[in-house]
Design a protein around this ligand. Structure first.
Ligand code: LLP
Length: 435
């Protein structure tokens, strides 16, 4: 059963009516369901275990890095996949053990490497030769040995949106298959790094299994070759990418994915690592908004809401489709008509949902934007000097604010005036115009 469902005419998250949260916290606000997070994690981990695998599941924090979300997943056994010092700090603060943490990303700085080495993380996924050399220097300087997996670019088309495809040779990620052997050899010459495995991640929101199959088969072949050459690799990191159904499309089930992995890695002596993000959090979150105005144009009905592209950028950035529903259930025979659900930001791209069949709507009605738990709040900004959107977590009939709404004083106070602009406003003179 979905964790978001109508009961007595009101949309609930678990046992909490969402309009209660909308009224108490105000809108826009993200709301996450603990049960949905836990079920997604248990479903993914359970499917892998049922397929006979013993996975290390490192939740990709980039999808949703609120500490309450991280801790909920860590409580079920998740480790962390981090891509920055900030994410590493969040993972540690939320209680993820460093020995279950992998550090990915094409541009780790030396300072970030030092923090991760000192924390004692499980693995660095290295994406280039210069990165390997830098890591070796940083580790040597600290008297440490860095555990390394080489991220391979398998040149496989993930058949997803071009902005989130990562496994083609023209993408910036990973090391080309043909160059991996050389990088592993170099790693063996460097005493401060220990090459332990290979990693791959070909993209996000994959709705077909074949690209995974193609990538894993190349990776496993290469793993075998490198082991045969005498390098004792013991880890394979298969990345994330498993898609979800935003619009009733058929996303692969964790069972089918697990089966595929079991087949691709059969007989292999390797610790398998996974980095799922979206699959664990997307369906566990909604963004609540309130109607400000309904505007009837010549050709369109515009529903202007108080959430905007700064709160959820996916529709503007990737033409992403998110379901929109009213918090109050409408009668089955209520007439529906097309509407554009738009935010207040001054860009036409600030259209959160175009031409959706929605019932009649009026000022102050509440709406929920679905499947917003992944890449929603984490990608929010204060564009247009709008306040950072708050987040709430529900558990059963309990709920709590897990990130409060920003406030205007703090928003404005971060700016600093340079000396020549201090002391009064424009009327007081300021710097004299050049003559
Ligand atoms: N591992 C690596 C190395 C990654 O780059 C990513 C995502 C993941 C794991 C997690 O992928 P997932 O399981 O969530 O598909 N902002 C975009 C998605 C960007 C994904 C970037 N990398 C969106 O809203 O669709």
């Amino acid at each position: 059963m979905s964790s978001f469902a109508y009961r007595d005419g009101r949309l609930h998250a678990e046992s909490v009516p969402l309009d209660r949260i909308a009224r108490a916290v105000g809108t826009p606000v993200y709301v996450y369901s603990t049960a949905a997070l836990e079920n997604a994690y248990d479903g993914f981990a359970g499917a892998l275990r049922e397929a006979g695998l013993d996975p290390l599941i490192c939740y990709a924090l980039k999808a949703n890095s609120n500490q309450a979300v991280i801790r909920t997943l860590a409580g079920r056994g998740a480790g962390a996949d981090v891509v920055s010092e900030g994410e590493l700090r969040r993972a540690l603060a939320a209680g993820v053990p460093p020995e279950k943490t992998v550090f990915a990303g094409v541009g780790k700085t030396r300072a970030e490497m030092a923090v991760a080495l000192d924390a004692g993380i499980y693995q660095f996924n290295v994406e280039s030769l210069p990165e390997l050399e830098a890591l070796a220097q940083v580790a040597e300087g600290r008297g440490k040995r860095a555990p390394v997996a080489i991220r391979v670019n398998p040149d496989v088309d993930a058949r997803t949106h071009s902005k989130i495809t990562t496994g083609k040779s023209e993408n910036k990620f990973g090391i080309d298959l043909d160059h991996v052997g050389r990088v592993v050899s170099r790693a063996r010459e460097l005493p401060a790094v220990e090459p332990l495995g290979l990693a791959v991640h070909i993209g996000s929101q994959l709705t077909e299994l074949q690209p995974f199959r193609d990538a894993f088969s190349k990776l496993v072949g290469l793993y075998g070759e490198i082991r045969a050459s005498g390098v004792p690799l013991s880890r394979l990191d298969l990345g994330g990418g498993l898609g979800v159904a935003y619009r009733g499309e058929r996303a692969p089930s964790p069972q089918d994915y697990a089966q595929l992995v079991a087949e691709a890695t059969a007989g292999l002596d390797a610790q398998l690592i996974f980095e799922p993000g979206r699959h664990l959090t997307a369906a566990a979150g909604v963004l609540l908004a309130q109607v400000i105005y309904v505007k009837h144009g010549l050709s369109r009905r515009f529903v202007v809401i108080d959430a905007a592209m700064n709160d959820i950028i996916r529709p503007s950035l990737y033409d992403a489709w998110h379901d929109v529903r009213t918090l109050r259930e409408h009668a089955g025979d209520a007439p529906l008509s097309p509407a554009d659900v738009v935010g207040p930001v001054c860009e036409t791209g600030d259209t959160l949902a175009a031409q959706r069949q929605l019932p009649e709507l009026a000022e102050n009605d509440f709406l929920a934007i679905f499947s917003a738990g992944a890449y929603g709040a984490v990608m929010s900004s204060t564009y247009n000097s709008r306040l950072l959107v708050p987040e709430v977590m529900v558990s059963g009939d309990d709920w709590a604010v897990i990130r409060p709404r920003g406030d205007y004083e703090a928003l404005i106070a971060v700016d600093r005036l340079p000396g020549w602009l201090e002391d009064g406003g424009p009327e007081s003179g300021g710097r004299a115009p050049e003559s």
